[in-house]
Each structure stands twice: as structure tokens, then as C-alpha cells.
Design a protein. Structure first.
Ligand SMILES: Nc1ncnc2c1ncn2[C@@H]1O[C@H](COP(=O)(O)OP(=O)(O)OP(=O)(O)O)[C@@H](O)[C@H]1O
Ligand SMILES: [Mg+2]
Length: 475
């Protein structure tokens, strides 16, 4: 059996780890927030307990006419039961003191006044006890049993501090246990509800991305009705779409290849037929003389069509290879190929600056120019329109663009061409046109980072080739 391959990266700090860490951190934080007040309360209770014993002792003493006459071991027992060195009872301006038989020397005395019960004082007192020097003597002051009476206890602080430390330790252990138990419980719940399904989604996406043509990798959505269920179903249908799109694209590519092959052979066959028809045209037979020109143009068109389709496949599939190119001569060459140079009726005016040089693919850009100029010539020839037919090429510069305008004073774009402008095979409104010229020109311009725009104007036709200024070759 092969181990299931994980598509997740090795150093993947997954959702589960983050979840556990966050839960523990939050619970500990909450525990700390509660710990401080609870420690202050613990200390206050502890002190009040002692004080209560002290009050009872003081009450007993108050009832005795002469404290000095009391047996020593009785007062000592009273004091030890309160855990104190000495007890002072004050009432009506008089005070009574009992202390241990062998008095203790008092070094540092800290006072805990239990008449002040506000929370801040209690918390500060707790911190004071916890972090101060452990050897201090504590003076606990509190209300006696009667309204105007006051009881003071002097006792070592150490047992209080020890009890507070024990309490803190217990709270700490308890907090950790609660945090761990909660984290585990929540983790198991979250794992079941979210982490597993999300992991399944993630792993499926990674796997599918690597082999989108494998239909087995399309996720099988569960029947969950929550957001994860929606994500699973959406992912499944997205993967379905990608899968079928890929398949379709491969089929189209295969078909395109087949068409190109057929087309290629067709063009060669047609070329042979063209040679024959040229021969036939030389015959003197008047019938042949009448039919031959039609045969020749029909064959010309068929060959032209085959040629353009072949070029469409070829031209648009290679990325441009830019070299510094003088645009004036590029336009001149294209005009020559478009049979505009030396045309008997149409004037061609090239107004591009001689020094304008751009980094473009000269072949491809030449093809753009040729297509536009050829269209202009064909339109002007077809229309017995303007008195002085002319085609003009000029260049404009803005901050970001260099625009080469190709315009003519012909009849303008026919509606059919306008509706399908730049759509391959659709845009032709001329007998024998393939409808590829503008589509090719646009694709090439865009491959250079530019745009080809049809500029609507009242007379004639104008196309703007906009190229980014970054293509400019600095002189
Ligand atoms: N300068 C223009 N004046 C008038 N019509 C034009 C002009 N340029 C293009 N057109 C119209 O736009 C249509 C589409 O042009 P496009 O170059 O894409 O295809 P085509 O010239 O018909 O065929 P191809 O160039 O592929 O042989 C043309 O058939 C023509 O009707
Ligand atoms: Mg054309």
C-alpha cells in the first residue's frame, strides 16, 4: 500500500496548531484576570479570620478587671490561637495590651487596615505581601465588637504569605488543567466540524491544480448545508468547468492543427490550379477569354483565404521580438507591399518623423501597417468616391503613448464591419475578404503593450495604433 501523499507544504503551521495555541492563551489570560482579585479576597478573608479571633480575645480581656492578674499561660494561649505576638484593644480613649510572655522584637512593620475594604487597597495589599521582604511583622487593624472599639493584632507576615503562595499554586495547576481540557475538547469539536473538511478542500485544490486533466481529482461534495458545504459544491463545479474547458481546448487545438494542415495542402493544390488557369487564359478562344479572368480571380481569392488563415495561426502565436526600428521606413515598406506606392490614383502621404525609432518586432508591426494600408487602398479603389483619394500616416505623442494614425478619405466603415470590428472571420464586409486583417493587427498591437482603436469621424476612416512610450528608443 502506498502512503497517501500530502500536498501541503512541510513547514505548514496548520489551523489546528493555531487553534490550540489560541485557546490555551485565551484561557490562561482569562484565568490571570480572575486570579488577581481572587488572591486579594483570599488575603482579606485570611486576615479577617485572624481579626475575629483577636476580637474575641480582646472582648474576654475587656471583661477582666485586671489583665495583669491573668495567668500568663492563658494570655499566651489566647495569643497563639490568634497567631499573634500581641493584641491591643482600644475603647473610649483607653487601650489594653496583651503580649507574649517573651516579647518579640519587631523590625519592619506593615499595616493592613481591614476597615478599608475597597478593591484597589485589597489588591495592592496582596501584591505587597507577595513581593515584599518575607520577614516583616504585620499590624492588622480592624473594628472591634462595639462601635467605637478598635482591635490591633501584631503577627508575623510569613504564614500569610505562605498560604497565599500555596493558594496561587493551586490556582495555577487548576488553570492549566482547565485550559488543557477545554483546548482538547474544543480542538476535537473544531477538528470534526472545520479543520478536517477545510484540510480536505485545501488538499483537493492543491492536487487538482497539479493535474487538472484528471477527472478523478474532482472533489465529491458532502451534503453539509453550511458554508463549508457551499464551498465544496462550488469547488466541485469549478473543477468540473476547468476540466471540461481544458478538454475542449485540447480538442480545439487538435482541430486547429488539422485545419492548418488541410489548409496548407489546399493552398498548394490551388497554386497548381492557378498556374493551369494562367495557361488557359493565354488561349485565343473567345469563350475561354471571357471565363478565364473569373477563374483566375476566384482562384486568387481561394489562395488568399488559405494564406491568411495560415498566417493568422502563425502570426498571433509568437510573442514579438522587439528590435530598434525606424517607423518611417517601416510604414514606407508596408505601403509598398500594400501597393500604395506609385498607385495611379491614390496618393500616399507618410508624415511620420524620420528620427522616430521604436523597439518593436519589425515583421509583426509591418504586418499591422500592411493590413491597415491595404484595407484603405481596397476601400478607396472600391468606392468611386473622392476626387483626390489619399491615405495618410502620421504620429502623435502624449505623455504615455505614441500614436500612429492611419487615415483615408474613403467611404468609411460599412455597418457590417463596424458591428464585428476586430472579430476574426466575422468583420469582413468586402467580397473576397477573410475578415482577419484587423483582428491580426489588434492582437499584434496588444502583444506590444498597445491598443488599436477605430476612431469614428464624419468622413473617411481612421485607425490609431497606440504604443507605450516605453518602446521609444532614446536618440
Ligand atoms: N479603411 C477602411 N475603409 C473602409 N472600410 C474598411 C477600412 N478598413 C477596413 N474596412 C472594412 O472592415 C472590414 C474588415 O477588415 P479586415 O481587414 O479585418 O478584413 P478584410 O479586409 O475584409 O479581409 P482580410 O484583410 O483578412 O483579407 C473590411 O472588409 C472592410 O469592409
Ligand atoms: Mg483587410
Amino acid at each position: 500500500m502506498t502512503a497517501k501523499r500530502s500536498f501541503l507544504p512541510a513547514r505548514f503551521w496548520g489551523l489546528s496548531n493555531k487553534l490550540i495555541a489560541t485557546i490555551i492563551a485565551v484561557i490562561l489570560l482569562v484565568e490571570i484576570v480572575f486570579y488577581v482579585p481572587s488572591l486579594a479576597l483570599f488575603r482579606a478573608n485570611w486576615l479577617n479570620d485572624r481579626l475575629r479571633v483577636g476580637v474575641v480575645a480582646a472582648r474576654v480581656l475587656d471583661a477582666v478587671p485586671d489583665v495583669m492578674a491573668l495567668p500568663r499561660n492563658l494570655t499566651d494561649r489566647l495569643l497563639t490561637s490568634a497567631g499573634a505576638h500581641a493584641i491591643v484593644y482600644r475603647r473610649e480613649g483607653q487601650s489594653q495590651l496583651i503580649e507574649l510572655a517573651d516579647p518579640v522584637t519587631l523590625d519592619v512593620v506593615a499595616t493592613a487596615d481591614m476597615r478599608q475594604t475597597d478593591f484597589m487597597t485589597l489588591m495592592l495589599g496582596a501584591f505587597d505581601t507577595l513581593f515584599a521582604n518575607p520577614g516583616r511583622t504585620l499590624r492588622i487593624v480592624g473594628q472591634g465588637d462595639l462601635d467605637d472599639s478598635l482591635v490591633e493584632l501584631l503577627m508575623p507576615e510569613r504564614p500569610l504569605r505562605q498560604d497565599m503562595l500555596d493558594y496561587s499554586r493551586q490556582i495555577g495547576v487548576l488553570s492549566l488543567a482547565v485550559a488543557a481540557a477545554t483546548a482538547v475538547a474544543l480542538y476535537l469539536l473544531a477538528s470534526f466540524l472545520f479543520i478536517h473538511p477545510v484540510r480536505r478542500l485545501t488538499e483537493n485544490m492543491l492536487a487538482f491544480r497539479q493535474a487538472p486533466e484528471n477527472g478523478n481529482l474532482i472533489i465529491t461534495p458532502s451534503t453539509r448545508r453550511d458554508e463549508i458545504g457551499v464551498a465544496e459544491r462550488e469547488l466541485a463545479s469549478m473543477e468540473q468547468d476547468i476540466f471540461s474547458m481544458l478538454r475542449q481546448r485540447r480538442h480545439l487545438a487538435d482541430l486547429g492543427l488539422a485545419v492548418a494542415k488541410i489548409n496548407h495542402d489546399l493552398r498548394n493544390t490551388l497554386t497548381s490550379a492557378q498556374l493551369l488557369s494562367d495557361q488557359v487564359a493565354t488561349l485565343d478562344d473567345p469563350k475561354v477569354q471571357r471565363l478565364a479572368p473569373r477563374l483566375v480571380t476566384t482562384l486568387d481569392r481561394a489562395i488568399g483565404f488559405a494564406q491568411s488563415v495560415l498566417e493568422y495561426g502563425r502570426e498571433t502565436s509568437v510573442p514579438p521580438v522587439p528590435t530598434p526600428t525606424r517607423m518611417h521606413s517601416l510604414v514606407d515598406d508596408a505601403a509598398f507591399d500594400a501597393r500604395l506606392v506609385g498607385h495611379p490614383t491614390i496618393a500616399f502621404i507618410n508624415e511620420l518623423p524620420l528620427e522616430l525609432q521604436l523597439n518593436v518586432d519589425a515583421n509583426q508591426m509591418g504586418r499591422v501597417m500592411l493590413n491597415l494600408l491595404k484595407n484603405a487602398r481596397e476601400a478607396l479603389e472600391a468606392a468611386n468616391g473622392p476626387a483626390e483619394p489619399a491615405v495618410r500616416a502620421t504620429a502623435q505623442q502624449t505623455e504615455d503613448w505614441i500614436t500612429i494614425e492611419v487615415s483615408d478619405n474613403g467611404p468609411g466603415l460599412p455597418p457590417r464591419a463596424r458591428e464585428n470590428l476586430f472579430v476574426a472571420f466575422e468583420g469582413s464586409a468586402r467580397a473576397g475578404g477573410t475578415g482577419l486583417g484587423l483582428a491580426i493587427a489588434r492582437e499584434i498591437t496588444e502583444a506590444h503593450g498597445g491598443q488599436l482603436l477605430f476612431i469614428d469621424q464624419p468622413t473617411g476612416t481612421r485607425f490609431d495604433i497606440m504604443l507605450p512610450r516605453s518602446l521609444e528608443v532614446s536618440p
